[in-house]
Ligand binder design. Structure first.
Ligand SMILES: Cc1ncc(COP(=O)(O)O)c(C=O)c1O
Length: 160
């Protein structure tokens, strides 16, 4: 497959110098085990497990098959006042392997969403305790906690 500046135009990539990338793209076309292969055929070690998202390696057949079977059985349920059996099973497993004080599990889709949720939860907690004025968060300068509104130092406009 050929990748030209034109064919790459419509995907606006996050945290990427888009113009430079599209001039000289590096597209990962395959992931197997510890390795990626780019569109030039170069084999690359994925030393960060795709930013910690694939710690068991790429292209694992048993993971692909589990996802395939789940999609056939029940692909999605809107989570408002509704749930699937697997979510309770997983929450129970996570609660069992984490320290005793961690026993309520809230699922999200990304690190960014988890940080946003944590910020909202602590604000709701203080509000429920009659301390709604407690909205100050402490973070390191140039800290990175995702592409949410509060987890990225330079994008936070609330009180610090
Ligand atoms: C400490 C920390 N928080 C949050 C995030 C954001 O996670 P995600 O890319 O899944 O939104 C990252 C991602 O690298 C991270 O390292």
């Amino acid at each position: 497959m050929q990748f030209t500046s034109n064919s790459l135009e419509h995907h606006w990539m996050p945290f990427t110098a888009n113009k430079a990338f599209k001039k000289e793209p590096r597209i990962i076309v395959e992931g197997q085990g510890l390795y990626f292969t780019d569109h030039h055929g170069n084999k690359i070690i994925d030393g960060s497990s795709a930013l910690f998202c694939c710690p068991l390696g790429h292209g694992r057949r048993e993971i692909a098959e589990a996802v395939y079977h789940q999609l056939l059985e029940n692909d999605y349920v809107a989570p408002f006042g509704c749930a699937t059996p697997g979510t309770f099973e997983l929450a129970e497993k996570v609660a069992r392997i984490t320290p005793d004080s961690i026993n309520h599990i809230f699922f999200v889709n990304s690190g960014s969403e988890s940080i946003d949720t944590a910020l909202k939860m602590v604000m709701a907690y203080h509000r429920a305790n009659g301390e709604a004025q407690r909205t100050r968060f402490v973070s390191r300068e140039r800290a990175y906690h995702g592409v949410n509104i509060g987890g990225h130092e330079s994008e936070w406009h609330g009180e610090k």
